[in-house]
Ligand binder design. Structure first.
Ligand SMILES: C[S@@+](CC[C@H](N)C(=O)[O-])C[C@H]1O[C@@H](n2cnc3c(N)ncnc32)[C@H](O)[C@@H]1O
Length: 266
């Protein structure tokens, strides 16, 4: 009988999204490393995203999405003037617990500085952070649960490239992100540039897929119009995640399928 040749060692296979235990996401350590104080990345992302939200009249977006919200509150704050309802979609039990606690009992003091900065860029935001967050609804789920054509605007921060090592799966997450908005709907995203799989503190390694501007263009150009990508220089105040900067993306879902149209799953 022929011997079955051994498969590649476990570690050679790209780790996919389902291979990580997202319920065990280390919320406290992640907040401590990234969001207990304002870092240059936050300042750049907030300025960029606020510039997009500012173009919408207060209350003019019926429903917006924050995909893979995690425990990060500032993208949710930024939607607080333009959107009448914000769905924070997140699979991790730990992050959902944190988000629901913050919304129910008031946010940690460390978020107030973030809110002041958001409001300085978008004066239409309400005076209080609590009021801005009142339109947020936390929904437990993954990108796979997204119904197409539902949102006026979708936002995604440090998700598609930070949840899988597989470029095809990265592309699939970006694809459902684009399809989640109505035709003509706005897309807003931030990506770690060229970040390999990473650790938070001394915890386990989380799967990531290093992407650069060319990779983002290859995924988003055939699926969107008005694609614009800007770059933030590497933030050396953060732990060393192996990234080379942050890429900021805006685009729209086309109103009619164009020549480079990527057909959806049948
Ligand atoms: C690096 S964190 C980013 C969290 C947050 N957006 C931020 O700005 O800090 C990646 C997030 O994606 C979530 N996630 C993992 N798999 C996902 C999936 N299949 N669909 C949506 N979100 C996912 C994780 O639970 C985690 O909250």
């Amino acid at each position: 009988m022929d011997r079955i040749p051994p498969g590649p060692p476990e570690t050679d296979r790209p780790r996919r999204n389902r291979d990580a235990d997202w319920d065990a996401w280390p919320v406290d350590a992640y907040l401590t490393e990234n969001y207990r104080s304002l870092h240059p990345y936050d300042i750049g992302v907030i300025r960029h995203h606020a510039g997009v939200y500012r173009r919408f009249a207060p209350g003019s977006l019926a429903r917006t999405l924050e995909l893979g919200a995690g425990p990060n509150l500032y993208p949710l704050m930024l939607a607080g003037a333009a959107a009448r309802r914000v769905d924070a979609l997140e699979p991790s039990a730990a992050s959902v617990r944190y988000l629901r606690g913050q919304l129910a009992h008031g946010v940690d003091d460390s978020w107030q500085r973030f809110y002041r900065l958001c409001r300085s860029h978008d004066p239409a935001l309400p005076a209080s952070c609590a009021e801005a967050l009142r339109r947020v609804r936390v929904v437990r789920g993954t990108a796979d649960d997204l119904p197409p054509g539902t949102y006026d605007l979708a936002s995604m921060n440090f998700v598609a490239e930070s949840v899988t090592e597989d470029f095809e799966e990265f592309t699939a997450v970006c694809d459902v992100f684009v399809r989640a908005v109505v035709p003509g709907g706005r897309l807003l995203a931030a990506f770690m540039e060229r970040m390999p799989s990473y650790r938070i503190g001394t915890g386990p390694v989380w799967p990531a897929c290093p992407v650069d501007e060319a990779a983002l263009r290859s995924v988003f150009a055939p699926r969107t119009t008005g694609l614009r990508i800007l770059r933030l220089a590497k933030d050396r105040t953060l732990p060393e995640y192996g990234d080379t900067g942050v890429l900021l993306l805006t685009a729209e879902r086309p109103r009619t399928p164009g020549p480079g149209h990527v057909p959806g799953p049948s």
